[in-house]
Design a protein. Structure first.
Lengths: 620, 372
């Protein structure tokens, strides 16, 4: 029997995805799950804008509104933006560096399932007594005072999905350090890989503070500890520090991969080498480093004193320098190039002015005394939507079009894609530009309603209309995806014709072992070099065809995660239901047992034999 | 390479920070921005030195940032116009430029200079606005020279205590104009944030420590639409966060001193039968939480009502009339979800207040004035 033979059928496919350790399939899982949460978060956003479309509105109640804003922020950051980016990293990075998979395929699957079950747990709060309502920042005094189980769902759900992210980050780091193909030196890695690398390093250092903060919160709320209770010697400001020591790098964990995606797009669709490659790499690393030095700029009004505020103000301003370098490098990349305005390029071109606008308002808020006015007003809401939607979401939508042919061997409709872009782009600026002024006009953020006598009515209405435009854009995108999948027209490799990096050189559909022979990388933009030299295959090989060692699929990551999911319910109802502790123990036992099975049972994987590879022409 | 070098120098020319350009930009911005918002609420119409400093910083940073945006947009548009594939030719392979050290240096150094221009006033104002040394200054007689207000934020109302003057009030802050007013800020339950947009930036009220800052008010509020500046809670504090408003009345020093005297000495006497009846109901049901004399100290369960008749809003956000007052008393939870005022059933023998009782209460409460 051939070692490449595959089972078919729907049940077999489901089982395949439940047990897969293939980075390409895990990428699809991330994309699908992240996309679903993106839609949920988007619906929450629409509810917010409906409520605020007119003054004194009673579309949703005060308490429900707080639940919606909390879940909107948490969902979009943790369950939509990050996982979708993880999907693209998974799909692209191993192919870009010439690897057959990530370093730890088993952990890759575990990371995904942890994220998914954490996200599901968090969203179950809607049906089990109410969602968290203390904002995505969940500041301690309010989160401790919050009645019901909403905050418990938040703390436990994020803890589980955070573990998944952390595992994923480590996996990417090890992959990039160890699994680059011969000749793929650090300074030949494409920017998408570089930003994955730096973002993963940020995850490595940024998630532990969040984990600690969440454990404190879990212990305080469910097990009677007093880390944040000031009447018992605790301190709420500690939560703010822990949260933002994580929270600020988190912003860069999101935006750096976006920078990577746009760097790829600008070079590809300008048919030109990325301008100032080494300074782009330097800027990426520097942004990652500085990202840990500025967390207290989220806390200028907490009362840390003028010295702390002044230091953090100046440190924050410093980040503008490497970010500015990147903007100018992108501009100089398209300068003198041959610009083809495809949908991904359209997003990249839309990104520049949007992100610059978001960046400069960031510098304005770095000026601490000015931030005393802007903090917690609608100005900050406008600012972070400009960087996150104008940066990260535009990157995600761009990457969706750019990498769809790589992931699915199909092309999303360019025509519908342009419709989506214009609706989304215009809607985005309409929604958020005007919010800068609402903030300056004295409107605080996170208000469930506002009175008519404050001069905010018109701007809020305009903002809500903009949100409708964005929603229409997303709906068109969903239609586009459905049509494309239904048509299923294969496009082959290098569909954009000007591909520069290794992932475009691989035959389509990408074989499950990625590279029949490990490629030899001969420079930056290795595929481009081969094409320029007339190499039809697009690759030079570093080895003859030989047996390939592959990992076996495994159901253990799924079971391990289910254990934690069950345990979370035990923790949640601790002290309230008699079955809580047994369930907690049972859940942890499932997880520990599956870990033991994984450790004790040797799984050596299998080999694809040389003879089978010779006959194989590609295919999944 | 030469073309990019030339572009680089053009770029440097464009970025040249010409003073006249900055000033005209500033002037245009001022005019544009001051058209935004209401003068009792907007940060763009500052009514005191702190707010004005911050507004100036807004103008300066906006101008610098507008300059940056301008440069980016010019390069961006030119590139888009000149280098479209339709212009360049379908099969042209552009020169694969590696980069340019000159340009790298230019776009590193110029932003650093721009940021330094912004950093200097930023650091200066950060220290200036945190300077509360004047709080403890005393005159020859040993009295504090400046007015200090102890602000306590509670779910969802504000308590203002004047420790040196021996008075306490709620929901409506009364301050003198043209001098620094110092604030001690604290929260009694969960974190809130104290913000008077026209006067200056916000400061959080933490649960575990007292924050201090000062504000100045150089405009009397009497001429404003409602006769008050608006104040806001800026930190999410629960369901009724959006309704946790307060108002600020600014008086010149003479009027302020008169107000203080009146607040300290006024003994409220119910006027007329209805009000007297209301006072009786109040003394049975409400007095446990609400004091009716502004002379006193902070720490009561509910807002001090000693100046209630002079106020601008019922419950901080509803129009100040008897109908709203009656509606509020009979169902506070539905108006301000999550607030800690008991429902009428809890304080009135298990019943809602009757219409007559409400009329009496409203009559009495509206009469609690120190200004008339």
């Amino acid at each position: 029997m051939s070692s490449i033979a595959k089972k078919k059928g729907f049940g077999a496919s489901v089982w395949d995805y439940l047990t897969t350790v293939d980075h390409k399939k895990i990428a699809i899982l991330y994309l699908a799950a992240g996309g679903l949460f993106f839609v949920i978060g988007g619906i929450e956003a629409m509810l917010i804008r409906i409520q605020l479309a007119k003054p004194d509105n009673d579309f949703v109640s005060a308490g429900l509104f707080n639940e919606i804003i909390t879940m909107h922020g948490t969902t979009m950051i943790f369950l939509a933006a990050m996982p979708i980016l993880f999907g693209f990293m998974n799909a692209v990075m191993p192919l870009q560096i010439g690897a057959r998979d990530v370093a730890f395929p088993f952990l890759n699957a575990l990371g995904f399932w942890l994220f998914l079950f954490g996200g599901i747990f968090l969203n179950l709060s809607w049906f089990m007594g109410g969602a968290p309502d203390a904002g995505w920042t969940s500041y301690a005094s309010l989160s401790l005072a919050s009645p019901g189980h909403g905050i418990d769902f938040y703390a436990l759900g994020l803890q589980i999905s955070g573990a998944g992210t952390y595992i994923g980050g480590i996996n990417f780091l090890v992959t990039i350090i160890n699994m680059r193909a011969p000749g793929m030196t650090y300074m030949r890695m494409p920017l998408m890989t570089w930003t994955t690398f730096v973002a993963s390093a940020l995850i490595l250092f940024a998630f532990p503070p969040l984990t600690i903060g969440l454990f404190f919160l879990i212990l305080d709320r469910m097990f009677g500890a007093n880390f944040f209770d000031h009447t018992m010697g605790g301190n709420t400001i500690i939560w703010e520090h822990l949260f933002w020591i994580f929270g600020h790098p988190e912003v860069y964990i999101l935006i750096l991969p976006a920078f990577g995606i746009f760097s790829e797009i600008f070079a590809l669709f300008s048919r030109k080498r990325l301008f100032g490659y080494s300074s782009m790499v330097f800027a990426t690393v520097l942004i990652g480093f500085l990202g840990f030095m500025v967390w207290a700029h989220h806390m200028f009004t907490v009362g840390l004193g003028p010295t702390a505020n002044a230091i953090f103000a100046v440190a924050t301003m410093a980040i503008a320098v490497p970010t500015g370098m990147k903007i100018f490098n992108w501009l100089l990349t398209i300068w003198g190039g041959s610009i083809k305005v495809t949908v991904p390029m359209l997003y990249a071109l839309g990104f520049i002015p949007s992100f610059v606008a978001g960046g400069v308002t960031g510098v304005m808020q770095a000026a601490a005394p000015l931030d005393y006015q802007l903090h917690d007003s609608y100005f900050i809401v406008a600012h972070f939507h400009y960087v996150i939607v104008g940066g990260v979401v535009l990157a995600i939508l761009a990457a969706l079009h750019l990498y769809w042919p790589l992931m699915f061997n199909q092309m999303l409709s360019e025509k519908l894609g342009k419709w989506t872009f214009w609706f989304f782009f215009i809607g985005f600026h309409m929604t958020f530009f005007i919010q800068h002024f609402l903030g300056l006009m004295g409107m605080p953020r996170r208000v469930f309603t506002f009175r008519a006598d404050q001069g905010w009515d018109l701007f809020n209405l305009i903002s809500s209309i903009g949100a409708v435009f964005m929603a229409i854009g997303v709906i068109i995108l969903v239609i586009n995806i459905i049509i494309t999948v239904a048509k299923n027209v294969p496009v082959g490799n290098d569909p954009w014709e000007d591909g520069r990096t290794l992932e475009w050189a691989i035959p389509q559909p990408v074989p499950f072992y990625n590279f029949k022979q490990t490629p030899l990388v001969r420079g930056l933009d290795t595929f481009w070099i081969e094409k320029q030299e007339g190499n039809k295959e697009g690759m030079t090989y570093a080895e003859p065809i030989s047996d390939i060692h592959m990992p076996n699929n495994s159901f253990i990551p799924f079971v391990m995660t289910v254990g934690l999911f069950v345990a979370a319910f035990g923790a949640l109802y601790n002290g309230e239901k008699t079955w809580a502790v047994p369930v907690l123990v049972l859940g942890l036992a499932i997880t520990l047992l599956s870990m033991a099975v994984r450790s004790l049972k040797d799984d050596h994987g299998y080999h694809i034999h040389k003879e089978d590879l010779m006959n194989e022409k590609g295919g999944k | 390479m030469n073309t990019t070098m030339k572009e680089g120098f053009d770029l440097a020319m464009m970025k040249g920070l010409k003073k006249w350009r900055l000033f005209s930009l500033l002037a245009a911005l001022t005019i544009f921005l001051s058209g935004c918002g209401e003068e009792y609420l907007s940060t763009l119409t500052p009514a005191g030195q702190v707010g004005r400093d911050q507004y100036n910083l807004l103008l300066l940073s906006s101008a610098i940032m507008a300059l940056v945006i301008l440069v980016v947009v010019i390069i961006y548009v030119l590139a888009l116009v000149k280098f479209r594939r339709s212009k360049v030719g379908e099969n042209v392979i552009p020169k694969q430029v590696e980069g340019s050290h000159t340009l790298e240096i230019i776009w590193t150094v110029i932003p650093i200079i721009l940021l330094l221009i912004l950093a200097v006033p930023t650091v200066a104002y950060t220290y200036k606005h945190a300077d509360v040394a004047g709080m403890s200054e005393v005159n020859e007689e040993g009295n504090k020279t400046a007015v200090t207000v102890n602000v306590t934020a509670k779910l969802y109302w504000w308590e203002f205590e004047y420790p040196d003057l021996g008075i306490v009030t709620a929901q409506e802050l009364v301050v003198p104009t043209n001098e620094k007013v110092y604030f001690n800020l604290k929260a009694a339950d969960v974190k809130h944030s104290f913000w008077i947009p026209t006067a200056g930036g916000k400061m959080d009220t933490n649960v575990e420590n007292v924050n201090q800052f000062y504000l100045e008010f150089d405009k009397e509020s009497a001429g404003l639409k409602d006769g008050v500046f608006y104040g806001k809670c800026a930190e999410l504090c629960g369901p009724s966060h959006a309704l946790m408003d307060f108002k600020v009345k600014t008086l010149d020093r003479k009027d302020f001193d008169a107000w203080v005297e009146s607040a300290k000495s006024t003994e409220h006497v119910a006027q007329g039968d209805l009000a007297t009846q209301g006072e009786e109901i109040f003394n049975t049901s409400c007095i446990a939480c609400h004091a009716t004399s502004a002379a006193g100290t902070a720490g009561s369960m509910g807002p001090n009502l000693g100046t209630f008749g002079d106020r601008n809003r019922v419950a901080g956000f509803m129009d100040h009339d008897k109908e709203n007052l009656k509606a509020w008393i009979n169902d506070p939870q539905s108006y301000k979800p999550g607030n800690v005022m008991p429902q009428p059933e809890a304080i009135n023998n298990g019943d809602k207040f009757s219409e007559e009782q409400l009329d009496a209460l409203a009559e009495y409460l509206m009469g609690l004035s120190v200004e008339k």
